[in-house]
Design a protein around this ligand. Structure first.
Ligand SMILES: [Zn+2]
Length: 214
């Protein structure tokens, strides 16, 4: 059996949050062989949730993205990242599911992850991403009797617009989609605010770059 052949035609996974960078990717380079996935935590979301589901749906519709899925991460039992001494991050909740997607869809050879040119300087979180990207890239083979070819198969994690600034990303988004690209923390979670708060870290970043609040 050739496990690189699949019923599904898509061969690229796009991680789509509804934020500026991933919306710029969907706006400028997505095609029908891409599969976009938005991870949510609908059943246990709180004010720190990272997605506004309704806004994401509007973006997907407006951009006519053919293959998109919400994947609702199950509530972890008795688990609170903030209570643990290890300085980990929400990527540690999301990325195991990305790994799962890659393993059950062996035709996928590339993962697109939105990143801007400033993100590299930003922070402790980038090494955490990199650790996971390394794990994604390792080939594997479920069937020990098959040829070793799949062990060599690499999955590339790509930041396709990573050399562009956040503002340049913003400019790639069609005007009719821009009002649905939310960043403000107050607009995420179960009872999202209608308007951006203007004071959270995400709003401050937009102000600094001269982008409208969203
Ligand atoms: Zn805000």
């Amino acid at each position: 059996m050739d496990r690189n052949k699949s019923f599904y035609k898509w061969d690229r996974l796009i991680l789509f949050s509804g934020g500026v960078e991933s919306t710029a990717i969907l706006s400028s380079m997505a095609n029908d062989t891409d599969f976009a996935v938005t991870f949510t935590k609908e059943k246990w979301q709180n004010k720190n949730d990272w997605v506004n589901i309704e806004a994401v749906k509007r973006i997907i519709t407006k951009l006519k993205i053919k293959n998109h899925l919400f994947y609702d991460i199950p509530p972890p039992a008795n688990f609170d990242l903030s209570l643990h001494r290890a300085h980990r991050h929400q990527v540690d909740v999301i990325y195991p599911f990305v790994l799962y997607f890659l393993r059950v869809n062996p035709q996928i050879s590339e993962v697109y992850y939105g990143n801007n040119s400033g993100d590299r300087n930003a922070a402790y979180v980038m090494p955490l991403h990199d650790e996971w990207f390394d794990i994604f890239s390792i080939g594997w083979d479920l069937d020990p009797a098959s040829t070793a070819k799949d062990y060599k198969r690499r999955i590339n994690v790509v930041h396709p617009l990573g050399k562009l600034t956040k503002k340049e990303h913003w400019m790639l988004i069609p005007d009719e989609v821009k009002p649905d690209v939310y960043s403000c923390w107050a607009r995420m979670g179960p009872n999202p605010s209608e308007e951006p708060c203007g004071t959270c870290e995400k709003c401050e970043k937009r102000k600094k770059l001269g982008l409208p609040l969203g």
